[in-house]
Write a protein that binds this ligand. Structure first.
Ligand SMILES: [Zn+2]
Length: 108
């Protein structure tokens, strides 16, 4: 199933989550504008293999299983985390490293 199809079936939309938590919009913009150097890799930016922080880690502040204070309960649901996870990851530009790797192997 495509990410768009998955998000369309969710009980709460990405847009609704962003309206509740503006930090999510900021994270998504951050992903969209990721700097793409010669060795840019979206998986690296997401998991932070070569950095001290990662987008995935930053996502845990606005959307978390046990969001502090539970001021907006829906944000602490697994569903919200899943939606935000895919929406932000999907916002990252395609990676340069994978395009090179794909010539030799199929998986990242
Ligand atoms: Zn890559």
């Amino acid at each position: 199933m495509s990410v768009d199809a998955l998000l369309a079936r969710a009980p709460i939309t990405w847009e609704e989550l962003c309206a509740l938590e503006p930090q999510l919009t900021a994270l998504s913009d951050h992903a969209l504008n990721a700097k793409r150097g010669r060795n840019y890799c979206k998986y690296d930016g997401w998991y932070g293999f070569s950095a001290r922080s990662s987008l995935k880690q930053e996502l845990c502040a606005p959307v978390e299983w046990h969001r502090a204070g539970t001021d907006i309960p829906v944000l602490s649901t697994p569903e919200a985390y899943r939606i935000a996870y895919f929406a932000v990851f999907n916002a990252l530009p395609p990676c340069a490293c994978c395009a090179r790797k794909r010539r030799n192997e199929r998986s990242h």
